[in-house]
Write a protein that binds this ligand. Structure first.
Ligand SMILES: Nc1nc2c(ncn2[C@@H]2O[C@H](COP(=O)(O)OP(=O)(O)O)[C@@H](O)[C@H]2O)c(=O)[nH]1
Ligand SMILES: [Mg+2]
Length: 239
């Protein structure tokens, strides 16, 4: 019995890691959507950093094709992770190349995927940390809310702003999106970025009265974007 408790405790504390990541398949129509394993989808404007995020999370430079090779970006691309779940790289939305009207679009395929995927657990909505969300970003957020699809917001390219300004940019994004700043995960596919610190964490020591709890500081506040996302995946997969 004690052994079982210890085993469970060990599992609870075990860090979740991505060990294997491989391209599985691409879908161009709904009949091709997969149904066998849980899915985590990445959605956002073209060029916001979806493919780079997938590559960074999996430590594989060329797993998802970044904008240098645009061929596959109109498809729903599945990557199998740890033989256990899928990352799904969705087509980017944005200005229509052919459309004469200056209108932003997202493809039917994105909408079909989000509405019909049976195994979709969570959507990561990516926004560039430096930019005000576009109308289309806000529509996507609304669409996800209205369809009860769980989502997390990722503020990409956070290496492009000063470290000291990351929190400010996240706060600005949070205001525009009507979410809490803690719901926004700053991320850099180039360098790891600490999510947040207690404002007084630097000065505080164990002996300081009311010093922040050190364990909490380490586990919650100093997680970088990658650790935070891995933690979210772990929770959604009940691992
Ligand atoms: N500096 C920086 N550049 C990034 C980051 N993420 C993506 N990029 C660049 O932004 C461009 C578009 O990225 P990509 O992943 O292809 O975007 P996607 O169209 O949303 O899949 C590429 O040139 C990437 O190198 C990041 O975190 N930091
Ligand atoms: Mg891409």
């Amino acid at each position: 019995m004690l052994g079982l408790i210890c085993y469970n405790f060990k599992c609870m504390n075990k860090k979740f890691n991505i060990i294997t990541a491989d391209y599985k398949t691409s879908a161009v129509k709904q009949e091709q959507f997969l149904t066998d394993l849980p899915e985590f989808a990445f959605v956002g404007r073209s060029n916001v950093g979806k493919s780079s995020l997938i590559n960074s999370l999996t430590n594989k430079k060329r797993l998802a094709r970044t904008s240098i090779t645009p061929g596959l970006t109109k498809m729903v691309n599945y990557f199998i992770i740890n033989n256990n779940f899928y990352f799904v790289d969705l087509p980017g939305y944005g200005f229509s190349r052919t459309g004469k009207a200056n209108r932003e679009l997202w493809s039917d395929l994105i909408e079909k995927y989000l509405m019909l995927s049976k195994q979709l657990r969570l959507v990561f909505l990516l926004l560039d940390i430096r930019h005000t969300p576009s109308e289309l970003d806000l529509n996507m957020l609304k669409f996800l809310y209205l369809n009860n699809i769980p989502l997390k917001v990722i503020a990409t390219k956070s290496d492009k702003v000063a470290k000291s300004k990351i929190k400010h940019y996240c706060q600005e994004l949070a205001k525009k999106l009507f979410v809490g700043v803690e719901d926004i995960i700053p991320y850099s596919a180039e360098k790891p970025v600490a999510v947040r610190k207690f404002p007084n964490a630097k000065q505080a020591t164990d002996k300081t009265p009311n010093a922040p709890n050190k364990t909490m500081d380490k586990t919650m506040q100093n997680m970088n974007g990658k650790e935070k996302i891995l933690d979210i995946l772990k929770n959604f997969l009940n691992l």
